[in-house]
Design a protein around this ligand. Structure first.
Ligand code: FES
Length: 610
């Protein structure tokens, strides 16, 4: 009898292909009982059988009192639920961990992979047909994309959105480029404590993610480039705006409609929807927005989760694309403006229109249309052309291809004996362009403690032409690869000579909101016994040529080999195996920056399902 609910129909097994509440059953050795029991508990919340028969859409709630970048999540959930319900789905919210940059010790990056595992496993374990993942702060969106691709259930990201800029004495300020700029001025004695305290009050005047083109904004734009959110407002509308709430409602509606109308199209699971071309578009956008260097690590981790794309895109792809893609978006730290300006100038929709000749228009989007079809059907509204929305306008926040802010390659991957597996520099954010082709003497700090102790010493042997080298901040050397790569300018150079930029090299990361001539992500990191970067000494000559994509240590090969041999006897790399808990898991399994700092066992090339 077809009217018998499946849990009571003991003569027929619960189909393995079941959806909604009937999927992902708990294993008691009796599937009918598992479903019976599940209904016992869900009915305690007052749900009817009618509600429970609808497509179930999970909403990943990453609200946390320790995450101000996610402060608007309660209202986003309310709006998203409205969209899900109106389209005929049943919303079910559930938590995963939430990570904020300033409230995670030692670093948020240490926890990114944990969040990706949390996301993947909860999406896989629970009876959801599709998921809306709410994230925003730097590591959260990458973690959700990684976990979502691995779980391979239909999902859409819902970005919390950028904060508004603040205002200090008539000057606009915003986290976090202006946090760093003003802190540097305070260190150099250019502003006093009263000034820095009043600036502190205004740098983050509303909830939301950092309001410049930092990692959070970059990842939001990448989500749009991947075709996973609304092009007009999904990446750029302010966290505190009504537009952001409409994005939330539309995201809820869109995922139900995809499940209802396109379930059999073979394009709604992320591993089908996202193709190599989708990720190439993401890299094109990354270059065009002058995005965060961190996004390169995250993109590599995300790509290497995808069974059919992993290995087809490498760091070299970043350079190949960069050579053809100009920097078009005038936002801090490469430019002058804030995310709200980008949004008001047309946001990702305008940028993608301008990049159109360079994009892979055949890539599919969450709407069911290709990117080309979506752009065809979403020309910027004519009312908006009255100010900075004219597609032919050559200036403004979003430049045209023939009038870029930087001609090409805002992000560059370097190779050489110092970084055989690669290193990254954001050339467009260099404040002193002569440093992009430079030879200088290394001033070496063996770790962050050494740097803190000696950097401001009057006796430090350093000039404006020195190259500051900071070791032991790589993925394993200082777990989580801290954002310490933007070494402060030594006080005697900043204060006495007014030096504002100096070449800095490390195996760590820097905030996407930061600027300067800074080489990051040296791979392999210094903690690796074979690392050439690990044996750099004070006074060694280092040569960089960004145009030639080169970074070399000008020391005889024989000397390098001898130093590596000697150093191997001192390193305690193997000791990591004895660490307990998540930190032990991390240090034993994290791969290097050029691969994304993911756990080897989570990548598409890692072990398969049992
Ligand atoms: Fe959350 Fe910058 S601290 S986005």
């Amino acid at each position: 009898m077809s009217s018998i609910p499946p849990e009571y129909d003991l003569s027929n097994p619960i189909p393995a292909s079941s959806t909604g509440l009937y999927s992902s059953l708990t294993n008691y050795g009796d599937a009918h009982f598992a479903l019976f029991l599940r209904k016992v508990f869900i009915k305690s919340l007052g749900y009817t059988d009618s509600s429970l028969s609808k497509p179930i859409i999970g909403i990943v709630n990453t609200y946390s009192s320790f995450n101000p970048c996610h402060s608007n999540i309660p209202s986003l959930i309310e709006s998203c639920k409205r969209g899900i319900l109106s389209a005929g789905g049943l919303p079910m919210e559930f938590p995963t961990i939430s990570i904020h940059e300033s409230f995670a010790s030692p670093t948020s990056m240490l926890l990114r992979n944990l969040m990706s595992m949390d996301t993947e496993e909860m999406v896989r374990a629970q009876p959801v047909d599709g998921v809306v993942m709410i994230g925003g702060c730097d590591k959260t969106v990458p973690a959700q994309l990684m976990g979502g691709i691995s779980a391979n259930k239909p999902f859409l990201p819902l970005i919390t959105g950028p904060m508004m800029p603040g205002n200090v004495k008539g000057v606009r300020v915003g986290a976090c480029t202006d946090c760093r700029n003003n802190w540097a001025k305070y260190r150099a004695g250019e502003i006093d404590m009263e000034d820095i305290m009043s600036i502190n009050e205004e740098l983050a005047p509303t909830g939301g993610t950092c309001g410049v083109m930092g990692t959070a904004s970059t990842m939001a734009c990448i989500v749009a480039a991947l075709g996973l959110t609304d092009l007009r407002a999904g990446a750029t509308s302010a966290a505190v705006s009504s537009a952001r709430l409409r994005v939330a409602e539309n995201t809820g509606t869109a995922i139900v409609e995809a499940l209802t109308h396109r379930k059999d199209s073979g394009t709604i699971n992320p591993q089908d929807l996202l193709t190599r071309e989708s990720f190439l578009n993401a890299i094109i956008v990354l270059q065009a927005i002058g995005g965060s260097t961190n996004a390169i690590v995250h993109l590599m981790a995300i790509i290497n989760r995808h069974p059919r794309v992993a290995g087809t895109i490498t760091l070299e792809t970043i350079n190949q694309i960069g050579e053809k893609i100009p920097l078009l978006v005038d936002l801090k730290p490469s430019g002058e403006n804030y995310m709200t300006d980008f949004h008001n100038a047309g946001g990702m929709l305008m940028l993608l229109h301008r990049l159109r000749p360079l994009l892979h228009l055949e890539a599919r989007t969450y709407t069911g249309q290709t990117l080309g079809e979506l752009l065809d059907s979403s020309t910027p509204p004519s009312v908006l052309k009255s100010f900075d929305f004219d597609l032919n306008s050559p200036t403004g926040v979003i430049r045209t291809l023939d009038n870029p802010l930087h001609p090409n390659s805002s992000l560059v991957v370097l190779h050489g004996n110092l970084c055989p597996d690669g290193a990254v520099i954001k050339a467009s954010a260099s404040k002193d362009k002569r440093l992009l082709k430079h030879r200088g003497l290394a001033c070496v700090f063996k770790d962050t403690r050494d740097m803190a102790e000696r950097l401001d010493s009057p006796s430090l042997d350093v000039t404006k032409d020195s190259i500051l080298v900071l070791k032991s901040i790589g993925p394993v050397g200082n777990p989580g690869m801290p954002e310490a790569g933007l070494l402060p300018i030594p006080r005697k150079l900043a204060k006495e000579e007014g030096v504002e930029d100096i070449l800095r090299i490390s195996d760590g990361r820097m905030s996407g909101t930061a600027g300067g001539t800074v080489v990051l992500h040296i791979s392999p990191e210094s903690a690796d016994p074979e690392s050439v970067f690990g044996i750099v000494e004070d006074g060694d000559v280092i040569e960089i040529d960004v145009q030639e994509r080169r970074l070399n240590l000008d020391v005889e090969d024989e000397v390098i080999k001898e130093r590596i041999k000697k150093r191997k006897e001192e390193l305690a790399w193997i000791e990591k195996a004895r660490l307990r808990g998540y930190r032990g898991l991390y240090e034993r399994n994290v791969n290097q920056a050029h691969l994304g700092c993911d756990f080897d066992f989570l990548t598409a090339a890692g072990p398969g399902e049992p």
